[in-house]
Design a protein around this ligand. Structure first.
Ligand code: C2E
Ligand code: MG
Ligand code: MG
Length: 634
């Protein structure tokens, strides 16, 4: 029996340990499990050497002691197998209490096998000279090998069954490790004087180290801070163990460095990174090129630390502290409000989108309400997306009554979406979000196409109607291809452009005014008319009507309502009506709910009335039925 191979294994492991300890690490569960495998293998190798030494010198020691050492070596083999099992279990059972519960039976079995191994007899197998011991065997060995085999089979089984839950790199590394072990034991079985199983174990540990557990893989190469994947793994682990912590995200948008001369920026950036690297008692991660995360274990003192970090930024950087950088600060005193690592990162992304509205160096303290808002937004985005993909965008039509013709002559198309259960969702809940993320472009086009399909199916003249009003969002107005796309759709369904009236709002003009004007010009030339929606809300500006080529002005419900509630509002409305009519434009009054309101509006000379007094917005079929039931409608 020789111990040279085992000694090589020990040297290899000590070298690995040296490199491992030298590096900056975060305390990840997977790394703790790796250390368990590492120590089990190391002790196993050392016990191997010790037991070979004891057996070779068995004449110098009491027999039971030699056998105790030999058995102890066998038991350590068992714990290497258990270590390997625990190593993949940390990946599968990420919640600490679940992991503990799952590991309990294996620990029990290992303890049982340990007791069995110590109680069972062990014998020596001698070489032909009847003196040299080749290896040990007997019941003690069968108990430990048998149980190790059970663990290995379990590992194989888990690798297969839990494929989706195990990091693919970990699967691969564990497979290589097991293969090296099994190959070594096969060789050792055939050539009984080649004792390489222990050494194979150390090679296996090296594979794990190189493929997965090198702490350097958790570092960002350019800065030396922890990487984004380390951030994800570590926060996931904190959430899984139900530990609350605080987080500070520092975001450097383009504007952050605007006061720093271009040539100095790389130096300032480096100075900031060096500062972050040296921060005591916190973990600092680089999540993206311009986004850094600082995690605080202690929520009670985090605010104080966060304030200190901000103060450092306020003190200036570079020579004579003359360069000032203004990042956005997102501080979560209790990161647990986000519940999951994915959600925490998503929240910051979501907040970054809104950050453009902040003033310089804004500091935002984030609580549960921001999270709920984000979640609601995400859910709604998902709903809109699904609705568009699965044809769950519905159009409702609200009849508009002409006071001159004394019948319904037009209607406004109003969008709704349905969720999976068929529940109707009102536009007030999703239009803003669709505008924010740009989905409104697609949604608006679907609405417009549906309106055209409706007109194609039910020619308006047969319903006694002149046109349908379709809402245009601010975002659509600023879309260069809008006119072109809409004209194509009208052509596709052979719709006369005079049957379409597009509603724009005043806010549309401030954003990308030029594009809106081009779109309007093109569409008006084609024959489409426009109306101005929401008149009387916000900062309505009569000058705007002068500028914009609209034919109709739609008085918002709030404006018509205040006419009945507020004596002074009457004068404003009278004046507005006078001016609008003076410009030869027509007026639609929205939100008319009672006969009195209708009568008053009619007496004021309002041209069109829209409101619950006539009808709420109706689904297509009901709307057709409603029109057909109207006296004077043809
Ligand atoms: P809007 O364009 O001003 O539409 C009028 C809103 O007032 C409609 O709400 C309508 O149901 C409601 N309304 C009409 N008469 C009455 C009334 O007598 N009493 C009351 N209480 N309400 C009345 P809805 O359908 O919820 O739409 C809200 C807003 O959503 C619309 O305001 C419009 O800005 C937007 N919207 C609706 N459909 C679309 C669309 O297809 N595209 C875009 N971009 N926006 C849309
Ligand atoms: Mg409208
Ligand atoms: Mg309106």
């Amino acid at each position: 029996m020789h111990i040279q191979i085992q000694c090589c294994g020990i040297i290899l492991m000590l070298t690995l340990y040296f490199f491992y300890m030298r590096q900056k690490r975060i305390s990840l569960n997977s790394q703790k499990a790796f250390l368990r495998v590492f120590w089990a293998t190391f002790i196993c190798l050392s016990m191997d050497v010790l037991s070979i030494g004891a057996i070779q010198n068995r004449h110098l020691m009491p027999e039971p002691f030699v056998k105790f050492i030999a058995k102890s070596y066998l038991v350590t083999l068992l714990f290497v197998a258990l270590g390997a099992l625990s190593y993949i279990c940390v990946d599968i059972y990420t919640r600490e209490e679940v992991y503990r519960k799952k590991m309990k039976p294996y620990l029990f079995l290992a303890s049982l096998a340990t007791v069995g191994a110590y109680l069972a007899p062990i014998t020596y197998h001698f070489a032909e000279d009847k003196k040299t011991v080749l290896y040990t065997h007997g019941p003690s060995l069968y108990v430990t090998y048998g149980m190790a085999l059970v663990f290995f089979i379990r590992i194989f089984f888990l690798l297969k069954k839990e494929k989706a839950n195990i990091n693919p790199r970990r699967r691969e590394a564990v497979c290589i490790w097991l293969f090296v072990w099994l190959a070594a034991s096969q060789i050792q079985f055939m050539y009984t004087n080649v004792l390489i199983v222990g050494f194979a174990g150390s090679i296996g540990v090296m594979v794990l180290y190189l493929k997965l557990e090198n702490p350097e893989t958790n570092l960002d190469r350019s800065t030396g801070l922890f990487s984004s994947s380390a951030l994800f793994q570590y926060t996931k682990q904190l959430f899984d163990s139900d530990k609350d912590f605080s987080a500070l995200a520092i975001v450097f948008e383009n504007t952050a460095y605007q006061n720093v001369p271009m040539e100095q920026r790389p130096f300032i950036k480096m100075e900031i990174i060096e500062y972050l690297l040296k921060l005591p008692d916190v973990l600092c991660f680089k999540n993206a090129e311009d986004e850094f995360f600082i995690l605080f274990d202690d929520t009670a003192t985090s605010e104080h630390h966060a304030a200190r970090i901000r103060e450092r930024f306020e003190a200036g950087w570079g020579n004579h502290h003359s360069s000032f950088v203004h990042p956005y600060w997102f501080y979560l005193p209790h990161a647990s409000v986000t519940q999951r690592a994915e959600q925490l990162l998503l929240l910051i992304r979501h907040l970054r989108q809104d950050a453009k509205e902040f003033s310089e160096s804004d500091f935002l303290c984030i609580g549960a309400d921001s999270v709920n808002q984000m979640l609601h937004k995400k859910e709604t985005e998902q709903l809109i997306l699904e609705a568009m993909e699965s044809d769950r965008v519905d159009l409702y039509y609200q009849p508009i009554f002409s006071t001159e013709e004394q019948r319904i002559t037009s209607a406004e198309a109003l969008v709704r979406i349905r969720d999976r259960e068929g529940q109707l969702i009102q536009p007030g809940l999703f239009i803003d979000i669709a505008e924010e993320n740009g989905m409104i472009l697609k949604l608006g086009e679907i609405v417009f196409e549906k309106v055209c399909q409706f007109i194609y199916k039910h020619p308006l003249e047969r319903l006694g109607m002149h046109y349908i009003e379709v809402n245009l969002s601010v975002v659509q107005c600023a879309y260069e291809r809008l006119a072109n796309d809409y004209i194509q759709i009208m052509k596709k369904y052979e719709i006369a452009p005079s049957q379409i009236n597009l509603e724009i709002t005043e806010s549309a003009s401030t954003n990308a005014k030029k594009i809106l004007q081009n779109n309007m010009e093109e569409l008006i030339e084609y024959g489409v008319s426009f109306s101005l929606d929401d008149f009387g809300t916000g900062q309505s500006n009569l000058n705007y009507i002068v500028d914009m080529p609209v034919d109709l002005i739609k008085f918002d419900r709030s404006m018509t309502n205040s006419y009945f509630e507020n004596g002074r509002a009457k004068y404003v409305m009278d004046a507005a009506i006078h001016m609008i009519h003076g410009m030869n434009l027509e007026i639609v009054s929205e939100g008319i709910e009672t006969k009195e309101q209708y009568q008053t509006m009619k007496d004021l000379g309002i041209n069109h009335i829209q409101g619950y007094y006539f009808s709420k917005p109706l689904p297509e079929e009901d709307f057709i039925r409603f029109l057909l039931e109207q006296p004077g409608q043809e």
